[in-house]
Design a protein around this ligand. Structure first.
Ligand SMILES: [Zn+2]
Length: 174
């Protein structure tokens, strides 16, 4: 179980190290992604970028398999990054909680973007899980506890108690 203060690291970086996209106007390679969305058939991702040098905006299209890292599972098997799987997990955690479907979509968007912006070829399920958990903590504490219980294999009431104790500590230290 990761400590909660550690989960409060910024979830996104402005520039993933893998971003070597040049501005079509001034050819500078420093730009930030302001919006990422999946194309209709799911095979490409469109990114709206803003050049840090000249401030102009432009759109890039990238193949999905190039921008998403492979997910390394606990048993070392690799699988494709699956947005729908994350959505199912957070929906389950938020069942009967006052959280809108829209908020969940946005949460998964942020997790997805942070996974792309890591710029790594592979990322562990643990890393993804920690990001999801950090997002859920901001959204709904009970949902976060539910997610953590599945994600970290909570075994008894003591684990839940520890989770809420850590959470209380990190809330106070804000
Ligand atoms: Zn530029």
């Amino acid at each position: 179980m990761p400590s909660l203060p550690a989960l409060r690291r910024p979830l996104e970086r402005l520039n993933g190290p893998a971003t070597a996209v040049r501005c079509p106007y001034c050819a500078d390679s420093t730009n930030r992604v302001i919006d990422s969305r999946l194309g209709r058939d799911g095979s490409e991702i469109r990114r709206r970028r803003e050049c840090v040098e000249c401030g102009r905006r432009f759109t890039t299209r990238e193949r999905v398999e190039e921008v998403f890292p492979k997910i390394v599972k606990r048993d070392e098997r690799r699988e494709d990054f699956r947005r729908d799987k994350i959505l199912v997990a957070v929906r389950k955690a938020c069942e009967k909680r006052p959280v809108s479907a829209d908020a969940l979509d946005r949460l998964v968007d942020r997790v997805e973007r942070s996974a792309q912006e890591l710029g790594a070829k592979e990322v562990s399920t643990r890393t993804i899980g920690e990001r999801v958990l950090a997002e859920l903590v901001e959204l709904d504490t009970l949902a976060a506890a539910r997610f953590a219980s599945v994600f970290s294999n909570f075994e008894n009431a003591g684990d839940y108690a520890a989770f809420f104790r850590d959470l209380g500590k990190s809330e106070r230290s804000r």
